[in-house]
Design a protein around this ligand. Structure first.
Ligand code: T1G
Length: 697
C-alpha cells in the first residue's frame, strides 16, 4: 500500500502523503510521491497536480528515525523528489495544513505553487536537532520571504503561522474553507490562466547590503550558540543564497548538512527529541488507560518545595489549597509565592494581572478538613519517614475516595509510605526538583501497588503542568538521586586523593555542566546531603564513603545559606570563592588518613564522575527501576543541569564506547583508594560492551 495514495478530481491529480503520525518523509513515502508524480505525468488527462498530507500534518519533515542509517540518502532521497517536482512539466500545487516543517516545508518549496490553511505551523526546525535544512530550505526560503525573516526562522527553528506569509511568494493563497477543494480550484486556475511553472530556484534573494546583516548575525549567533555548531552553519548556508547561484548555494548547504549529521551534538539533540516522547510510554499502561479528573489540588507544606509545587497547579489554572501547621509558616510561604510571581511579571514572563489571577487560585489553610475534596494532594514535608507517616495517616482519614495521594519524597520508600494508608493503589511519588516552579523534571515514582489509572493520570498531569514526567520504580534515591549519590561519592573521594573542590567543579563544568558537585552542594545546602548520608551510614554500615563532606558539615559549613561550605561566600552574594580554610582542612585530613595526595587530571575527574553515573544507571536499568536508558538521560538533562549538547550520561557512554567505559572503570578500580569495588562494571554494561552495543540500542 503506497504511503502516498493517488486520486483524480477531473483533470487534477491528488497525491496524499499518508505516513502517520506526521507524514515523516521516509524512503517509502518518498517512493510513493515519485510513483504518484509519474502516474500524473503519464496521464494526458491530468493538467495539474495537488500534493497534500493526510492526518495531523502536511509533513513534519524528514523521518528523523532514518538518520545515520542507509535510508537517509537512499534514492529517491528528498532532494531528488523535490527536483522531480520542480522539473515537472505540469504545475504542482502544495496544499498545506497544520504542520509543514523541515523537509515538509522544503518539499512544498519545490512545488510551483503553495496554498495553506490558516494556523498551519511553518518552520525549518532542523537547527533544534543540531542540523540545518538539508533539502534546499536555506536556498529557497530566502527567495520567497523577507531575508531577515528567513534567516531568523532557520537559525532559531521557530514556527510561524501560515497566515503571516499572506502576500509573500511562500503562499499564493490562504484558504479558509476546505483546503483540498480550494487547492484543486487553485490548480485549475493556474492552468486556465496559464500561470506557467514558476520555480523558486529561479528567483533572486532581494536584500541589499546583506553582508553587513550576515556579519551581525554571525557575531550574535556565535555568542549564543557556544556548544552547538549548527546555528553558525545555518548562517553560512543562508549567506550562500545571497552570494551564489542556486546550485552553488545548494552545494554549500549539502556540505554543511553532512558536516553536522554525524556530530555528537546533533546525536544528542535527536536523542533528546525522541527521549522526551518516549518517557510517557509505559509498556503495561497503554495510552487509552482511563484517567481520573484533576480539577483541584492540595499541597501539604508551604516551604520552598511546597510553595513551588503549588505554583505549578496555579500556573495550569488548577485551584490549589496549601496547608501548613503554623500561620506564620503559611504566611511566609504565600509571601514567597507572590514574590515569585511579581518577579516573573517584572521580567515579562507573565502579565502583571496574572499575579493576582494565580494567587487567587491558591488558598491557604491550617486545617486538614479543608482539603478533603481535592482530586490530588501532594505532600511536601520534611524528608523523614516518621513525618511522612503522620501526614499520610492524616490524608488517609480526610481525603475523598479516589483522590491521588502523592509524596514529593526525593529518596524514601514510596511503598512504605503507601503502607501508612488503606489505599496504596492511590499512592504515588511525585518528586519535583528545586525550584519546583522552574525545573522541568518530575520524577514519578510508581509504587508496587500504585494503580495504573493513577500512574496514567499523573503522567497526564505532568504534561498539563508543563513538566517532563519520567517514571521510576522504588529504590533508595529512585533514578536521579541514586545516581548522583555515586557521582558525589567519587567527587568526595577525589578531594581526599588530592583534588580541590574548585578543580573538580571546573573540570566537569568545562564539559558543560551548569554546576560542579561542590558548587551544587553549597547551593542545595550541605546539610541536606549530610542528613541522607547519615541515614545511609546506618542502613549500610559496611559502605566505604568519603567523609570530608561530614567534616565540612560538622563545622556548620552548609554552603551559601551559611556563607561558607566547600567555598566561601561574601554576604548577599552567590559567587563561590575558593577557601584556603577548606584547602588547609583537606591537607590535614589527608594526613590524618595517611594519604599522600596526588595530582588528578581533569580527564580522570570527568570520567570518574561520568562513569559513576553510568555504572549506577546500568544497575538501575537491569533492576527495572528505569524503563529505558533515554529516561535516565532525560532525568539528567531536565533535572540535574546535564549539558544538552552531550545528551545525558548513558548517551555519553554510548558515544564513548561501552568497551572503553569498562576499560576505564577497570583502571579506576586499580587506583586502590576509596570504594574500588564500586568500579566493578554492572553486568548489563559488561554484556552490552561485549556485544559492541550501546544502552540506547
Ligand atoms: N521524524 C520522525 N518521527 C517524528 C517526526 C519526524 N520528523 N516528527 C514527529 N515524529 C514523531 C514523534 O517522535 C512522535 O512519535 C509522533 O511523531 C508525534 O510527535 C532534510 C533534515 C511535527 C510539530 O524537526 O516538531 O526534515 O512518540 O508528539 O506534538 O531538511 O513532532 O508517537 O512514537 O511531537 O503533534 C525536521 C519534529 C526533521 C519536526 C508534531 N522536522 N517534529 O507535534 O506530536 S529533519 C522536525 C515536531 C528534516 C530536512 C531535515 C513535532 C510536530 P511517537 P509529537 P505533536
Amino acid at each position: 500500500m503506497s504511503q502516498a495514495p493517488y486520486s483524480v478530481q477531473g483533470d487534477v491529480a491528488v497525491i496524499t502523503m499518508s505516513n502517520p503520525p506526521v507524514n515523516g518523509l521516509g524512503l517509502e513515502l518518498r517512493r510513493g510521491i515519485v510513483e504518484g508524480l509519474n502516474q500524473a505525468l503519464a496521464d494526458p488527462a491530468i493538467q495539474a497536480i495537488v500534493l497534500t498530507g493526510a492526518g495531523k500534518a502536511f509533513s513534519g519533515g524528514a523521518d528523523i528515525r532514518e538518520f545515520n542509517t542507509p535510508k537517509t540518502f537512499a534514492e529517491p532521497n528528498l532532494g531528488t523528489v523535490i527536483d522531480m517536482i520542480e522539473r515537472s512539466p505540469k504545475p504542482v500545487v502544495a496544499a498545506v495544513h497544520s504542520v509543514a516543517m523541515g523537509g515538509g516545508l522544503e518539499l512544498a518549496l519545490g512545488c510551483h505553487f503553495r496554498v495553506a490553511s490558516p494556523g498551519a505551523q511553518i518552520a525549518l526546525p532542523e537547527v533544534k536537532l543540531g542540523l540545518l535544512p538539508g533539502a534546499g530550505g536555506t536556498q529557497r526560503l530566502p527567495r520567497v520571504i523577507p531575508f531577515e525573516m528567513a534567516l531568523n526562522m532557520i537559525v532559531s527553528g521557530q514556527a510561524v503561522m501560515s497566515e503571516k506569509f499572506k502576500g509573500t511568494r511562500l503562499f499564493q493563497e490562504i484558504i479558509d474553507g476546505d483546503l483540498l477543494t480550494g487547492a484543486v480550484a487553485f490548480a485549475r486556475k493556474v492552468v486556465a490562466e496559464k500561470l506557467g511553472l514558476p520555480r523558486v530556484r529561479d528567483l533572486r534573494v532581494d536584500y541589499p547590503n546583506a553582508q553587513a546583516y550576515l556579519q551581525f548575525a554571525r557575531n550574535t549567533v556565535a555568542a549564543v550558540a557556544r556548544n552547538f555548531p549548527a546555528p553558525l552553519k545555518c548562517v553560512e548556508a543562508v549567506a550562500a543564497s545571497v552570494s551564489m547561484p542556486f546550485d552553488a548555494g545548494m552545494k554549500v548547504e549539502a556540505k554543511c548538512f553532512h558536516d553536522l549529521i554525524d556530530t555528537p551534538e546533533s546525536k544528542a539533540l535527536r536523542h533528546s527529541f525522541f527521549g522526551e516522547r518516549a518517557a510517557s510510554k509505559i509498556p503495561d499502561v497503554p495510552d487509552d488507560t482511563p484517567t481520573r479528573p484533576i480539577r483541584s489540588a492540595a499541597v501539604i507544606g508551604a516551604g520552598t518545595m511546597g510553595g513551588g509545587i503549588a505554583m505549578n497547579f496555579a500556573n495550569a489554572g488548577i485551584p490549589v489549597k496549601v496547608l501548613e501547621v503554623k500561620q506564620e509558616a503559611l504566611d511566609r510561604g504565600l509571601g514567597v509565592i507572590r514574590k515569585n510571581y511579581e518577579n516573573s511579571a517584572k521580567r515579562g514572563r507573565i502579565k502583571p494581572e496574572d499575579v493576582d489571577k494565580r494567587m487567587a487560585l491558591i488558598t491557604p489553610t491550617l486545617s486538614y478538613s479543608d482539603i478533603g475534596d481535592a482530586d490530588i494532594v501532594v505532600e511536601a514535608v520534611f524528608e523523614d519517614m516518621p513525618v511522612k507517616e503522620a501526614v499520610f495517616k492524616q490524608l488517609d482519614e480526610v481525603m475523598k475516595p479516589g483522590a491521588i495521594l502523592a509524596s514529593n519524597t526525593s529518596t524514601l520508600d514510596v511503598d512504605k509510605i503507601a503502607s501508612f494508608t488503606r489505599r496504596p493503589q492511590d499512592v504515588i511519588g511525585t518528586h519535583f526538583f528545586s525550584p519546583a516552579n522552574v525545573m522541568r523534571l518530575l520524577e514519578i515514582v510508581r509504587g508496587a501497588k500504585t494503580g495504573k489509572d493513577v500512574l496514567a493520570t499523573t503522567l497526564q498531569l505532568s504534561k498539563k503542568i508543563k513538566k517532563l514526567g519520567v517514571v521510576s520504580g522504588v529504590c533508595d534515591g529512585f533514578i536521579g538521586n541514586r545516581m548522583i549519590n555515586q557521582y558525589s561519592r567519587q567527587a568526595g573521594f577525589m578531594l581526599e586523593e588530592g583534588a580541590t573542590p574548585q578543580q573538580v567543579d571546573r573540570a566537569i563544568e568545562k564539559l558543560g555542566f551548569a554546576m560542579g558537585p561542590f558548587r551544587m552542594a553549597d547551593l542545595a545546602g550541605n546539610d541536606v546531603g549530610w542528613f541522607i548520608r547519615k541515614r545511609h551510614y546506618i542502613e549500610h554500615p559496611d559502605m566505604i564513603s568519603p567523609k570530608f563532606g561530614d567534616k565540612i558539615c560538622e563545622l556548620g559549613r552548609f554552603g551559601q545559606k551559611t556563607g561558607a561550605g566547600y567555598y566561601k561566600y561574601e554576604a548577599g552574594k552567590r559567587d563561590a570563592i575558593p577557601d584556603p580554610v577548606v584547602e588547609d582542612m583537606l591537607v590535614k585530613y589527608r594526613a590524618e588518613l595517611g594519604i599522600t595526595p596526588r595530582k588528578i587530571s581533569d580527564d580522570e575527574i570527568v570520567h570518574r564522575l561520568m562513569f559513576a553515573l553510568v555504572n549506577e544507571g546500568a544497575k538501575i536499568l537491569e533492576e527495572g527501576i528505569a524503563l529505558r536508558a533515554s529516561d535516565i538521560d532525560m532525568i539528567y538533562l531536565t533535572g540535574y543541569g546535564f549539558p544538552l549538547h552531550v545528551g545525558g550520561p548513558m548517551l555519553y557512554a554510548d558515544i564513548y564506547g561501552l568497551y572503553n567505559v569498562v576499560n576505564r572503570m577497570n583502571g579506576f578500580a586499580k587506583l586502590g583508594y576509596g570504594d574500588s569495588a564500586f568500579w566493578t562494571p554492572a553486568p548489563l554494561l559488561v554484556k552490552l560492551a561485549a556485544e559492541g552495543k550501546g544502552f540506547n540500542g
